[in-house]
Design a protein around this ligand. Sequence first.
Ligand SMILES: Cc1cc2nc3c(=O)[nH]c(=O)nc-3n(C[C@H](O)[C@H](O)[C@H](O)COP(=O)(O)OP(=O)(O)OC[C@H]3O[C@@H](n4cnc5c(N)ncnc54)[C@H](O)[C@@H]3O)c2cc1C
Ligand SMILES: NC(=O)c1ccc[n+]([C@@H]2O[C@H](COP(=O)([O-])OP(=O)(O)OC[C@H]3O[C@@H](n4cnc5c(N)ncnc54)[C@H](OP(=O)(O)O)[C@@H]3O)[C@@H](O)[C@H]2O)c1
Length: 456
Amino acid sequence: MGEQTKPSGHLVVTIGAGPAGIYGVRKLAEAGHEVVIINRDIKPGGLVEYGIYFNKHKLKEGVRIQFRKILADPRVRYLGHIKIGAQADLTLDELREILNPSAVVVACGAQGTKALGIPGDMTEGVYHAKDLVYYFNGLPEFRRRDFKIGERVAIIGVGNVMVDVAHWLVHEKKIKEVIAVARRGPAQRAYTDVEIQAVAANFDTTALREEIERVRPKLEAVGEDIEANYKDLTKHINTKSKEGESPTRMLFRFLSAPTEVVCDENGRLRALRVENTELVKRGESLSAKGTGEFYDVECDTVVFAIGDRVDETLGLPCTGVEYFKNPNPDPDNPGDESYQVFDPETGKVCTGLFVIGWSRQASDGVVGRAKLDGERGMAVVNRYLEKAAPGSAENLNEKIAALQEFLQSRGVRLVDYSDVRKLEAVEKQESQSRGVEFFKYFTDEEMLAAIDRAND
Ligand SMILES: Cc1cc2nc3c(=O)[nH]c(=O)nc-3n(C[C@H](O)[C@H](O)[C@H](O)COP(=O)(O)OP(=O)(O)OC[C@H]3O[C@@H](n4cnc5c(N)ncnc54)[C@H](O)[C@@H]3O)c2cc1C
Ligand SMILES: NC(=O)c1ccc[n+]([C@@H]2O[C@H](COP(=O)([O-])OP(=O)(O)OC[C@H]3O[C@@H](n4cnc5c(N)ncnc54)[C@H](OP(=O)(O)O)[C@@H]3O)[C@@H](O)[C@H]2O)c1
């Protein structure tokens, strides 16, 4: 990996081993810094492991190969199965105290939940897409949960996450209906052509035509070409899914903003109440404005697929869906400020504390974008370290041993990268003996037992 630079004497701790963190640490190592990368999950990869749809084996394995090269670098030490946060295995302050690094980079993705706060949203049968996605991709904490999925599932939002959830409902659960609920029109959908092909054959085109006619006057009012819209929307309906046929009808409701989850007299979820909207120009884009008329989308399950927010329990100052970043432009390197954590109480930048990837901008883009953001962010860290006093990389083995001891006293078992490689080898062997393309354990206990077996 990369060129071998003279050791800088700096230790940098990165929290989170998703694409932003892993691709990012390569830039730190190349600059000669020692890196410790701490990760909540036993396995590295973040959403590559537990978000990208589980049957995209080639894509996932292609990225894993790159990750393996980076994590095998002797300047990078991976420590998994450690959750940082207020109620977690270790607080941010404890981590800093034990390892005493020159800088900490938060690359934890967007683990918080973005809620609309509408009445009824705590009803059984209302879920957040991320939780479901983590479930069907086998992230242990979520795999244990009991998701009650009915026959008519309304998904709020029309991005690629909606498509992934619909994909699972259509091809694995084979339920009666999936209803994608969009607050704006068909032309403002956020999903991509490549992804929708997984479920396009299940579009109910009669219902779709009716829905387009229902909203036609409002779309025409903002100059939209209805027939072009319809043609574009339905261009993949003849694409057969690789997973075969499914009886599920895929429906859409446009110009519909959720206002309430409605229950029957027994408290069972029976509908999603929405407000009709119209499109209004706001600068260059069109936004949804409620008309004051409401109707019910009949369903028994509701999934919010409206993006995520950062984890406010991590220990960084938080504003709405994101962490506070330096609001003052950096005069020397414009743009650097958006990677620097800021404390609104003191009105100062938190020295040596940075954010990258989805922790910097929640739910923003694909793996390639997270990679770019991780690399850009680490360039900011490298510039910061050029002016910082070195020395934090000294006695690193002792510091890591102290961290391990501290965690052990709390009953936490950390794993290192050699453990991950052993686990991967066991899972590979398991997939071969079962004759499946890919096999993975769904619990931490099974993963740790597999590592122990490999050690015997
Ligand atoms: C459902 C879904 C499907 C997607 N599919 C695709 C796709 O097919 N193709 C594509 O290119 N992009 C896809 N993306 C987008 C892509 O996954 C993201 O752009 C990318 O993973 C973001 O990277 P990240 O490193 O910022 O965060 P993440 O990937 O979320 O990684 C965060 C890491 O931080 C760790 N962590 C979290 N909290 C803590 C904590 N408190 N302490 C310690 N560690 C912590 C986690 O264990 C994780 O390893 C998908 C996204 C989603 C939500
Ligand atoms: N296969 C893949 O490549 C893949 C798979 C999954 C995810 N991803 C990527 O991951 C990122 C996140 O995806 P995402 O689907 O979570 O986000 P997204 O693409 O931003 O879509 C979010 C959807 O939720 C809607 N929404 C947001 N707030 C809402 C509200 N208050 N009320 C009603 N609707 C609301 C948005 O509508 P408005 O447009 O009206 O705001 C939009 O339709 C994206 O960049 C996506 O491409 C990629």
